[in-house]
Structures are given as C-alpha cells and as structure tokens.
Design a protein around this ligand. Structure first.
Ligand code: NAP
Length: 310
C-alpha cells in the first residue's frame, strides 16, 4: 500500500488552505451568479478586448499616478519608510504608493526583489534580502519614520511563527531603532471565530501575537489593519489564494450592498467571513501608507473603516 510521505503534510495543509480560500471566493462567486452577474460569452470577449486596452494604457496611468505625488499629502516626502514583505502581493503596492508620496523606501524580504512585472517606480526602492525572523534589522530601521509589516504566511509549515514570531522580531527591532510609527497588515478576527481552527489555528494565533506586540510597543503610534479577503492584479489562484481585480471589484460592490450586509450580520462567523466585502489591494496599501504618515491610527476592523483611512 502506498504510504503518504511526511513532506506531503505541508502540501496537504497548503492545499486545504487554498481550497478553503477558494471556497470563500466561490461563496462570493455563487452569490454573484445568483443575482445575474454571470458574464455571457460576448461580455467575456468584450471584457478581454477592454482589458487589452486598459493594459496598453497602464504605463500612462503609472506615469500619471507617479506625477500625482505633487498633489498628495507630503508628510512622507523625503522620509525613510521600511516595508517588511515589500516584494509580496500587498507589500509591493505599499512600496509603490510610498514612492508616489515621495518617501525613501526600503523593502525587506527573504527573496529580496524587485518582483517581476512591476513598473519603473520599483527602481526607486532599495530591495534588501533578509529574513526578518533572524536578521539584525536595527541598522536598516534606524532613521526610519515608519515601518510597515506586510509579512505573513498561510498554509506554511509553521504559520504561528510566520505571522507571530516574525512580526514580534520586527516590532522589537523597530522599537530599538527608535522608529516613530508601526503599521501591521493583519487579518479579520472573523477568521478566528469561523470554526476552522484545525487549519487556521496557528495563523490566527500568529496574528494575535503580532497585534499584541505592536500594541505593546507602539500603543499610540500604530495602525493595525484587519482585512478579510484582499483581491487585485490579473490572476486567479488557489495557492496563494488570489482573485483578479476585475472580478473582485464586482464581488466587493455586491457584498457591500445593504442586503448582503444585513444577511452577513445575522450569519454565523464562517458565512459572515464569506459574505464580508473583500478589499482591493490598492485600497489596503493606501490605508497602510496613511498609517505610516500618521493620518490613521488604531485598529481598523471593518471593510468600511479601512476604506475610510485611505
Ligand atoms: N492576501 C489576502 O487576501 C490577505 C487577507 C487578509 C490578510 N492578509 C495579510 O496581509 C499580509 C500580506 O499578505 P500578502 O497576500 O501580500 O502575502 P504575500 O504575497 O505572501 O507576501 C508576504 C511577504 O512577506 C515576505 N516574508 C514572509 N516571511 C518573511 C520573513 N521571515 N522575512 C522577510 N520577509 C518575509 C515575503 O517574501 P519572501 O517569501 O521572499 O520572504 C513576501 O514579500 C499578510 O500578513 C497576510 O496575512 C492577506
């Protein structure tokens, strides 16, 4: 009889997390389809050609976006900001936004960076290759006005360490370096209440440890974001769980209606999580940057609170 190799445990766990995340995305999709949101073939073709047009305009949009830095609040202009996990899905948008606000940006991740297929803004970022759990980050953080952590792991061999111990190390280094503000991209409390401890238990515990560390050292000068699902970019995937921007936006708009909010608020935690409006990755990035600039503080638990902080 074939035996399951130990190495596959991690894979199975990752698959479970991916499947659960896709389940949440599917719940979104189901709701969307029931209300007649399914796209017909012709609509799909139209969408594909409009998508090509939009993609062709991206360099222009990016230039305009960078140019709009003049109009943005300049609290971060010239200020050093360190982004932990700046090469990731959320982190890279945080770096891009910081560049647009005129900050001096350093990104730290184990693979370094810059990530592939990003714009010219990436050349303005200092991409550093370090493990936040083990490296001495004090020299990197010294002189920084803010540290933003977009570090996390889901479905890894040790999610409590990936989310908890790693962010604890980051917070300790930032405090030692005299950093003024700390921003943490955490996750919705509903994940912990959804009754899926067997899979998400270590993830939830890690997030709780990270938040406690931030509150302990940066009580009045921190921002903690607790988004549910974050969508964006061009791709769908199960591991890591990703939903493309064009689709996520439709789901967000639908689930943000009064009807769905009423159903969600009367539902058990798992369904409430599935029905809570997801957030666009650029909106999460803007809220995180608002925290770095001191324009937002505290813990933002809801979709609306995170949008309001942008
Ligand atoms: N995506 C969502 O739907 C969602 C929803 C709610 C909350 N969140 C939270 O939002 C945050 C960002 O999520 P994401 O989707 O952007 O994740 P991601 O794409 O996996 O990015 C994580 C980043 O952290 C870096 N990292 C991880 N461990 C590290 C370590 N020990 N030292 C240095 N860098 C490390 C990764 O780079 P390396 O691997 O190269 O080190 C990567 O740059 C996470 O805290 C996540 O839990 C995400």
């Amino acid at each position: 009889m074939a035996r399951v190799r130990p190495a596959s445990r991690h894979f199975r766990k990752g698959s479970c997390v991916g499947l659960l995340a896709l389940l949440l995305a599917s719940a979104h999709a189901f709701v969307h389809a029931q209300l007649g949101g399914c796209l017909s073939r012709s609509q799909t073709q139209t969408r594909a050609s409009s998508r090509r047009e939009v993609l062709a305009l991206l360099p222009l949009a990016e230039a305009l976006h960078a140019g709009s830095a003049e109009a943005l609040d300049s609290a971060l202009r010239g200020q050093k900001v360190v982004v932990l996990g700046g090469s990731g899905f959320v982190g890279r948008r945080i770096c891009q936004r910081l560049v647009a606000e005129g900050a001096q940006v350093t990104s730290i991740s184990r693979t370094g960076g810059p990530p592939s297929k990003v714009g010219d803004w990436a050349s303005s970022v200092a991409w550093k290759r370090k493990d936040v759990l083990t490296a001495d980050l004090v020299p990197e953080m010294t002189g920084a006005g803010a540290v933003i952590s977009a570090i996390g792991s889901i479905g890894s061999a040790d999610d409590e360490q990936g989310n908890g111990a790693t962010n604890e190390a980051a917070v300790a280094a930032a405090a030692k370096a005299g950093v003024k503000r700390f921003v943490l991209v955490s996750a919705s409390k509903d994940v912990g209440e959804a009754g899926v401890d067997a899979i998400f238990g270590p993830y939830v515990k890690g997030k709780q440890r990270a938040e406690a560390a931030v509150k302990g050292r940066f009580s009045d000068s921190s921002l903690v974001l607790q988004p549910s699902f974050i969508y964006g970019g061009d791709e769908f995937s199960a591991t890591p769980p990703r939903v493309a921007g064009w689709y996520g936006e439709k789901v967000e708009n639908l689930l943000a209606t009064e009807l769905f909010r009423a159903v969600a608020s009367a539902s058990p935690a798992f369904l409430r999580l599935a029905l809570s409006p997801p957030l666009a990755v650029d909106d999460v990035a803007k809220a995180a940057v608002a925290g770095a600039a001191g324009r937002a503080t505290g813990t933002l638990e809801s979709h609306d609170a995170i949008l309001a902080a942008r």
